[in-house]
Design a protein around this ligand. Structure first.
Ligand SMILES: C[S@@+](CC[C@H](N)C(=O)[O-])C[C@H]1O[C@@H](n2cnc3c(N)ncnc32)[C@H](O)[C@@H]1O
Length: 271
């Protein structure tokens, strides 16, 4: 890992205090189809402190969500985030949710039921073990965090089962600057391999003009940057070359420097 003061992987601590988030949750998730995660197995690459990962696990009825980040300290903060959210959410009522019907019942649980002050004063509630198979698929049991350089190594213990949805939000710039054009190709190829047929890749790309500040952070990034031939505008072509079949533009959420296009790509279903 690089020295703490130089977050050359975009491994910013306190990142989510800077991102513009809506009271209802992450503005990027709000643009996605409401049932995208329902009953799905999800990977969040570059999960940072786990805010988005936990939101998907807690309020989008995902079956299992894995957050992976190259920085182990961020991963440990992500586990803390899970405990905080568990401590403030409404008690889970018994009974099955509507997962076995066609229409998923979304956001049935109040994540802000107990005031955050309770957590600050008394500390987090411990997480009891899941008592049933159904409980294992609900927050907080349905989320796990792992530290790995996913681009170069993946996390085989989790990846082997495949994912229905993979997210890469604001991470391509860091992969590009650290691993070069080949690293971006390798990343998209790994995402395709990790997705199940018909699976969805949600991608938020940082534009080229945002690289300037990042490459000044470290001589290695400056040197790598000078060798780059690919530009973020061409990532869509690379995704098609590696085998993604179609893409859908969802909009440009976020404000100021965080206003970045959000797209979904599909892995061809088995014919
Ligand atoms: C700018 S943050 C974005 C966080 C989050 N995806 C979001 O948009 O809310 C980029 C994150 O990607 C992580 N990251 C960068 N390269 C990575 C890699 N090769 N494998 C796993 N995580 C990586 C960084 O540590 C950092 O936490």
């Amino acid at each position: 890992m690089p020295p703490k003061t130089v977050p050359i992987h975009g491994n910013y601590h306190g990142y989510y205090s800077k991102r513009v988030t809506d009271a209802e949750g992450d503005v990027r998730l709000a643009l996605l189809p409401p049932d995208l995660f329902a009953d799905k197995r999800v990977l969040d690459v570059g999960c940072n402190e786990g805010w988005v990962t936990c939101e998907i696990a807690q309020t989008r009825h995902a079956r299992e969500v894995v957050g992976v980040d190259i920085d182990p300290e961020l991963v440990s903060l992500a586990w803390k985030r899970r405990k905080l959210l568990w401590s403030t959410q409404a008690p889970i009522r018994s009974g099955k949710r509507k997962r076995d019907t066609d229409e998923p019942e979304l956001a049935s649980l109040d994540p802000h039921y107990f005031p955050a002050a309770m957590h600050h004063i008394f500390g987090p509630l411990s997480v009891p073990p899941a008592r049933t198979e159904d409980e294992k698929t609900r927050f907080p049991h349905n989320v796990a965090f792992v530290s790995a350089d996913w681009v170069n190594n993946g996390c085989p213990a989790f990846d082997a089962q495949g994912y229905d949805v993979v997210l890469a939000l604001s991470v391509t710039k860091w992969i590009h600057l650290n691993d070069g054009d080949e690293g971006i190709r390798a990343f998209f190829t790994r995402v395709l391999a990790a997705l199940r047929e018909g699976g969805t890749f949600v991608l938020e790309i940082q534009p080229w003009d945002s690289y300037a500040k990042a490459r000044r952070m470290h001589p290695k990034l400056k040197e790598n940057s000078a060798k780059l031939q690919l530009r973020p505008d061409a990532f869509g072509d690379v995704l098609k070359e590696v085998g993604f079949i179609e893409d859908e533009f969802l909009g440009v959420p976020g404000e100021g420097g965080f206003a970045r296009p959000l797209r979904m790509y599909t892995k061809a279903p088995l014919s």
